[in-house]
Structures are given as structure tokens and as C-alpha cells.
Design a protein around this ligand. Structure first.
Ligand SMILES: Nc1ncnc2c1ncn2[C@@H]1O[C@H](COP(=O)(O)OP(=O)(O)OP(=O)(O)O)[C@@H](O)[C@H]1O
Length: 427
């Protein structure tokens, strides 16, 4: 009899991990015929943002059923298999332990899992899998359609350089090349710029392009100990995303404040630790430490490059720093064309006027001429253009009105922020 246990960390789990690296057991076993005969089922609401259109044309969260608690028998390739699910108490929480067993050689079981893996890969084709951490464990939280890198508008030279760099990092000979030279096989990038300039979008689209799963680390929800455990759990090929990395510890001393800064820094580090927050030194030690996986691609993002400690972004930890700024004329032109040019497979909105590419480009030039460079983020521009996607002409005609409105909203928010600051300092 051969059996493989899934769920809790164990030797057998390690054994089948390579088979299952991309395949959570439930997703694959749920598609087996026995899953439909199970008397007891675990019903779960689908991916957080997934929707399905039902008979009434309503979009609702889909329900998924998979066998739950008990033993279920099924035949696969003329062999008898059984799937056993038990609930194990782990202090205040419980965890499911799943065992799949069969009579026959390990090859039978391997064939079964390969089949499941194939089904899972089909399910995730052209999708990017996102993991986030909950209670110190990585959980798959989302499956997003892969976003083409071409839809992220940025400096073309930077984009091309990044793509080539990652491609050569991930090529099969790269691990040996690095180890022969004693160089850690890791890559780190820092993307910086104002909000809404495409930092997260770029990370996700790169993950899709290179077929990497994304692990999002929420810095404010971990301490040094849990960070170490989480990094040790990363697979050997993945993209680790640290968003808003300036949130680590407390504000870091800037350059020029460095002499008085050391004492201050020590204080802030121990303050961060005592508050159970991740301190900068914990982050640095863990990123460089033995538990840090070889082969991982680290992407850090920040809106405040000047708030980051130099140690965090020194060469070796961060190989490239890429700025994603507010839109210049060329970016505006590209964003405009992206919204108004017909794309393959587009279903034309009845309200949308069909326009040839040349006409759209003419409007795009007019639009870019109207909007000052570096004042508005690509996110702001995109959202305005989407609002007017029915007519490129109207989008150009109303742009001044939109800029005035956006500026007025901004100054209102600045006034509200300073009022809050004054109230807090007088409280
Ligand atoms: N350079 C860009 N090219 C194309 N779309 C963009 C770009 N920048 C922003 N967007 C659009 O704006 C939205 C927000 O972008 P995103 O979350 O990537 O920005 P961000 O820089 O990560 O923001 P933040 O710093 O606030 O986290 C997304 O819907 C994205 O499609």
C-alpha cells in the first residue's frame, strides 16, 4: 500500500511537495469523481474576487465542494484509492490532514498526482497565483488573470532592462553559475514612485510573464520570528513582494542625520521590537539569513525612497532601483491609446464609437498636449479615461474640467490632513 499525506508538514508531505508544488490537494482531488459521491462535503466560497454568472445573469460568489471528514474510496487507473480527511486540533485552531492512499507501487500514486497536477496547471494557465500570510502561514488568496507587461506604461528602457535581467536570472544554468562563484542566488529590486504609478501592477505582470507565484508579505503584520518562518517556507522559485517597505520599524533616520541617527536608530529598533513590530535589523538579517530561499525574486515597493535606510537598499540586497513616476507626455499618449484603440477580442460597447487607430492617436496627442507632465499619476489618468471610454473626443474635450476638479479635491485633502495634524498635536 502506498500513501501520501497532505496538509501538515511531514516527511511524506516533503516527499510529494515537488509533485505538488503548484497544486494544492483540495483543488485537484475535488475534481475527482469520488468527490461528487462523498456524503460529507466542505463547502467554500470561491476566490475572494471570483464571480460566476448564474441563470438569472446575476454575478455571485461560486461555491466549491470537496470531501470533508471521513474516508472516500475511488478507482483510478484500475487501482483502488482512498482519500481520508481528519481534523487535527492545534491549540486554538484546527487543521485538516488529508491522506491519499492506494494499493500498488508508488508509481501509481505518482501517476495520480501528476494527473492532478496537470489538472491544476490547466486551471491556473494564464493566471497568477497570489499567496498572503495568515497566522504565520502562507495561504493562497487569489488567482488573477495574467496581466501582459505591455499594459504597464513606463520607461521602455527600464522595462526592457528588467525583463532581460529577470530572464537571465531564471535561466536553468544560473543557480550553478552563482554557486560556482559563491554569489547568493537571489535578486532584489526596488520600485519607487508616487501612489498609483504602477508598482504593484508591474510586479504582478512580471510574475505572470515568468510564471512565478507571488508571495505578498505584509510587513506590519509580522515580527522577526514569524518572518523567518515565512521565508523558510517559500518555494525555490517565486516572487516575494514587500509593499510599502518604508513601513518597516519606525521612521528611519535620513542622510545627514546619521551621526545623531545611530543612537536614534538603536532606540527605534528596540522600540519596534518591544512593540512586536518588525525591526529593520530583523528584516535585513532574515533576508540575508540561512532561511532566505535561494532563487527568489524580491520586489520591494515604496512611495518614499528618501525614508529608506541605506542598508536596506544597498547593492546585493537591491540590484536595481527603478523609478515609476507620474505620467509624462509619452505615458499619457500610451495610456490614451490603450483605452481607446480596439484590442483583440474586444466586444464593442454599444455606446462606444468605433475609431481607427490613426484617429485615436490624433486625439491621444491632443490629450497629452493638454495635461502637464508629472502632475497626474497613471492611475488617475486611467480612471478618467475609463470613465469616458465611450468617446475619445469627449475625453479630450473634458480634460481641463477634470484637471480642475482633481486639483480642487487634492487641496481639500491637504487641508483635511493638516487639520488632523493640528488636532493631534493639540490633543
Ligand atoms: N504605469 C501604469 N501603467 C498602466 N496602468 C497603471 C500604471 N500605473 C497605475 N496604473 C493603474 O492604476 C491602478 C493602480 O496601480 P498600482 O496599484 O499598480 O499602483 P502603485 O504604484 O502600486 O500604487 P501604490 O503606491 O499606492 O501602492 C491599477 O489599476 C493600474 O492598472
Amino acid at each position: 500500500m502506498t500513501k501520501v499525506r497532505l496538509g501538515l508538514a511531514s516527511a511524506s508531505q516533503t516527499l510529494c511537495r515537488s509533485l505538488l508544488e503548484r497544486m494544492p490537494p483540495r483543488a485537484s482531488t475535488a475534481s475527482q469523481p469520488f468527490a461528487h459521491r462523498a456524503r460529507s462535503s466542505l463547502a467554500r466560497v470561491g476566490w475572494r474576487r471570483s464571480v460566476v454568472v448564474d441563470e438569472d445573469g446575476m454575478q455571485k460568489k461560486p461555491l466549491h465542494y470537496s470531501p470533508w471528514k471521513g474516508t472516500f474510496y475511488f478507482i483510478y487507473n484500475k487501482h483502488l484509492f482512498w482519500f481520508r480527511s481528519v481534523e487535527k486540533e492545534l491549540g486554538i485552531r484546527t487543521e485538516e490532514v488529508v491522506t491519499v492512499s492506494c494499493f500498488g507501487s508508488p508509481t501509481t500514486l505518482k501517476l495520480f498526482f501528476n494527473d492532478c497536477r496537470g489538472a491544476y496547471l490547466k486551471l491556473t494557465k494564464n493566471k497568477t497565483t497570489i499567496f498572503e500570510h495568515r497566522n504565520g502561514k502562507w495561504k493562497r488568496t487569489n488567482l488573477k488573470s495574467t496581466r501582459p507587461v505591455s499594459t504597464v506604461v513606463m520607461n521602455e528602457g527600464d522595462k526592457e532592462g528588467l525583463l532581460q535581467d529577470i530572464e537571465s536570472f531564471l535561466e536553468p544554468k544560473a543557480p550553478t553559475w552563482h554557486s560556482n562563484r559563491g554569489i547568493p542566488y537571489r535578486k532584489g529590486y526596488l520600485l519607487y514612485g508616487p501612489p498609483g504609478t504602477g508598482k504593484s501592477s508591474l510586479c504582478l505582470s512580471l510574475a505572470g510573464r515568468f510564471d512565478l507565484d507571488v508571495y505578498i508579505l505584509n510587513i506590519s503584520a509580522v515580527d522577526g520570528h514569524s518572518l523567518g518562518a515565512l521565508l523558510a517556507e517559500l518555494p525555490s522559485r517565486c516572487l516575494l513582494l514587500l509593499e510599502d517597505v518604508d513601513a518597516v520599524g519606525v521612521a528611519q533616520p535620513r542622510q545627514g542625520e546619521m551621526d545623531i541617527g545611530q543612537a536614534k536608530e538603536d532606540a527605534t529598533q528596540s522600540q519596534a521590537r518591544s512593540q512586536g513590530k518588525l525591526s529593520l535589523s530583523d528584516l535585513l538579517n532574515t533576508l540575508d539569513g540561512v532561511s532566505a530561499q535561494e532563487g527568489r525574486l524580491l520586489m520591494m515597493t515604496t512611495n518614499h525612497l528618501d525614508h529608506l535606510d541605506r542598508a536596506l537598499i544597498r547593492a546585493g540586497r537591491v540590484d536595481k532601483k527603478i523609478e515609476l513616476p507620474n505620467a509624462d507626455k509619452d505615458m499619457m499618449f500610451q495610456l490614451f491609446c490603450m483605452i481607446f484603440k480596439r484590442a483583440e477580442g474586444d466586444i464593442l460597447d454599444p455606446k462606444q464609437l468605433a475609431q481607427d487607430d490613426e484617429t485615436v492617436e490624433g486625439f491621444a496627442r491632443e490629450f497629452a498636449a493638454e495635461v502637464p507632465e508629472r502632475e497626474f499619476s497613471p492611475a488617475e489618468i486611467q480612471s478618467y479615461l475609463v470613465e469616458h471610454r465611450g468617446s475619445a473626443r469627449v475625453a479630450v474635450e473634458k480634460v481641463q474640467e477634470w484637471m480642475d476638479r482633481t486639483r480642487a479635491e487634492r487641496s481639500k485633502m491637504v487641508r483635511a490632513d493638516s487639520f488632523m495634524e493640528v488636532s493631534q498635536s493639540t490633543a
